[in-house]
Design a protein around this ligand. Structure first.
Ligand code: ZN
Length: 201
């Protein structure tokens, strides 16, 4: 199906969203060397530009007492995903590690996941419930793959989903817009223009 031109249906992008710090978690999806850095096995070229906005978001989140979660794509020998994507995010390798600039701090929670969805086969839902989280701010990569699956999974569990546009990256504009439109339209999430518009109170 080559050469099809489609128009992105309109979806709302807000400038500012206020969230209750104690009932909010930031979830950083798969910001690992393999996806972000030069020499990474499945690099998303625009992911590097999201590092600084995500760093700013995390700094304010931690200061406000917002809980910070990371998902870490994690594969072992013979993982069936290697047949689709080639080898990546192999446990223990440089590519598997979260990028230096966003290294988890003491108190942050890292959830190792084997599939696109951060909830699938992980304790993420349990941990969010234990800590009384209702709102999730989701950033990271790849927008239409692990970010979307995680956002969808959060929304299906009735967490409110917020996605800052400058905190997510994809391989194509189509993938990015499809993700944001889907989160907005189907999952009733909030798309905010920038991480700086996410206010914790
Ligand atoms: Zn993977």
């Amino acid at each position: 199906m080559a050469g099809v031109t489609v128009e992105v249906p309109e979806y709302e992008v807000v400038d500012r969203v206020e969230l209750p710090a104690r009932r909010t978690a930031v979830i950083v999806v798969d910001m690992q060397n393999d996806f972000v850095k030069e020499g990474g096995k499945l690099r998303v070229p625009t992911a590097e530009a999201t590092v600084e906005p995500i760093r700013r978001l995390l700094e304010r989140a931690r200061r406000a007492g917002v809980r910070v979660f990371y998902t870490q794509d994690t594969h072992y020998d013979g993982d069936p995903e290697f047949e689709i994507w080639g080898e990546h995010a192999r446990h223990g390798t440089w590519g598997w590690e979260i990028v230096e600039e966003l290294k988890p701090r003491p108190g942050d929670i890292v959830v190792q996941k084997t599939r696109y969805d951060g909830f699938y086969g992980t304790p993420l839902d349990d941990l969010l419930r234990v800590y009384g989280v209702e709102y999730t701010v989701i950033v990271g990569t790849v927008a239409n793959i692990c970010v979307l699956h995680t956002a969808a999974s959060a929304a299906l569990r009735w967490y409110k989903v917020v996605i800052p546009v400058d905190g997510v990256s994809a391989l194509t504009d189509f993938d990015l817009h499809a993700t944001l439109r889907q989160v907005s339209w189907l999952y009733k999430g909030v798309i905010v223009r920038s991480v700086d518009g996410v206010v914790f109170r």
